[in-house]
Design a protein around this ligand. Structure first.
Ligand SMILES: [Zn+2]
Length: 91
């Protein structure tokens, strides 16, 4: 991805930069109150996130098969990626 395309992708949300990194491996720091995860567990963050409509596939948790193309992808499309010291993600 060129520098200009990164800026263009990030700019749609009013940001001037997009944190890169769509692959991830992390260690849980705070699993939250209602999680099956425990502090110290290894996890991989999900890259694609459902659209806000949502379409019929995103509505049932199958956002890799999004039908309307309004999904987001960490580090690729509209939302920051995993190339940071810490990141938070919904299960
Ligand atoms: Zn969708």
């Amino acid at each position: 991805m060129s520098k200009s395309s990164r800026a263009s992708t990030a700019g749609r949300l009013g940001k001037t930069r997009l944190v890169l990194g769509h692959e991830s491996l992390g260690r849980v720091v705070d699993p939250g109150p209602n999680s099956a995860l425990q502090k110290g567990d290894l996890v991989a963050g999900i890259v694609r996130r459902p659209d806000r409509v949502p379409c019929s596939n995103c509505a049932v948790g199958e956002w890799d098969m999004c039908r309307n193309g309004q999904y987001t992808e960490r580090g690729i499309k509209k939302i920051d990626g995993f190339m940071s010291e810490r990141w938070r993600i919904e299960p």
